[in-house]
Design a protein around this ligand. Structure first.
Ligand code: PLP
Length: 320
């Protein structure tokens, strides 16, 4: 869905109009992919708007920046406060949150060091990534012919804009061939992840997911779902999985901030289980949605309310 083109954006400590949130074409990030970012969500809970694990997202943002030797002038707390304030300023009940740290305008060359480290936070109202039907019935996916980035190339643990060149190839291939998504293998041929999702496999009531060593992003939803699965009494194993595990699985599902918990009903046209959402996927979906909607107790402290007096008092502009 196209942006409405309205609202406010936070750029380097200032809140600016959507139309004014521009960068120069000579900015380093545009030419060399020198940016790292996050994708988080604010949910419209029964207790008012609340961000889901914003602390973990901001921490990962700064970890990603550190891997690329970028040292932004704003710390985790400042970026968190700025986000909460921006949600209030925009008056959103629910929105997608996109913080970005990038190398800006100075000069061009592979050496990024002369360029400033700029920071922006944008928000928009983003409906569900897949349809309601997909959430209930599952999606059809294929194994991508593109592998995930090899270890010691562009690092998987950094959520860098550069990694999404690979993600786009995976997604484009899936679309071209009529699938909703692609799952990529790592360069050894083991299961890795989707274009923008972590993947879980269920067999004989045990829940499996590839470890971070298999070129996956250390997903925050992945971590949340592992926690919820353990809360529900399931055994969870993080282990390297061969491709064929997908074809003999009872259930397969994606997780991520965008897709939340989405069942997969076929892989390469091979039915997963009975070809529809399985019971463990459904139980995890239910638990996840109850928590993010504020309908179940937030026992893990994952929701950060937006409309508290402390949040309102902070403009999120300290630190620079
Ligand atoms: C490549 C990739 N893997 C996994 C995920 C899921 O991570 P998270 O749950 O933190 O959104 C994302 C989304 O950010 C992603 O882009």
């Amino acid at each position: 869905m196209a942006f409405p083109g309205t609202g406010k954006i936070w750029m380097n400590g200032k809140i600016v109009e959507w139309a004014d949130a521009t960068v120069h074409i000579a900015s380093h990030v545009i030419h060399y992919g020198s940016g790292v970012f996050e994708g988080a969500r604010c949910y419209d809970t029964v207790n008012g708007p609340a961000c889901f694990r914003l602390d973990a997202h901001m921490r990962r943002l700064l970890d990603s920046a550190r891997i690329y030797r970028m040292d932004p002038a704003y710390d985790q707390q400042t970026l968190t406060d700025a986000t909460i304030n921006l949600i209030q300023v925009n008056g959103f009940k629910a929105c997608y949150i996109r913080p970005l740290v990038y190398r800006g305008y100075d000069s061009l060359g592979v050496n990024p060091l002369p360029c400033p480290i700029d920071v922006a936070i944008m928000l928009w109202e983003w409906p569900a990534y897949f349809t309601k039907e997909a959430i209930e019935e599952g999606i059809d996916v294929k194994i991508a012919t593109w592998a995930r980035n090899a270890p010691n190339t562009t690092p998987a643990m950094a959520k860098s804009v550069a990694n999404y060149a690979n993600a786009q190839l995976i997604k484009l291939e899936a679309i071209a061939e009529g699938y909703a998504e692609g799952i990529a293998l790592d360069t050894q041929g083991n299961l890795s992840e989707g274009s923008g999702q972590n993947v879980f496999v269920v067999r004989d009531n045990i829940i499996f997911t590839p470890p971070i060593g298999n070129s996956v992003l250390s997903g925050i939803t992945r971590d949340s779902v592992v926690t919820l699965a353990k809360d529900l009494g399931f055994e969870v194993r993080e282990q390297t999985l061969p491709r064929e595990m997908l074809y003999i699985a009872d259930e397969v599902f994606f997780v991520g901030t965008a897709v939340e918990v989405t069942p997969i009903r076929s892989v390469d046209k091979v039915k997963v289980g009975r070809g529809r959402r399985g019971p463990i996927t459904e139980a995890l979906q239910q638990k996840f949605f109850q928590i993010v909607k504020g309908e179940a107790p937030d026992v893990h402290g994952w929701l950060q309310p937006v409309n508290t007096p402390a949040a309102a008092a902070s403009g999120g502009t300290k630190g620079r």
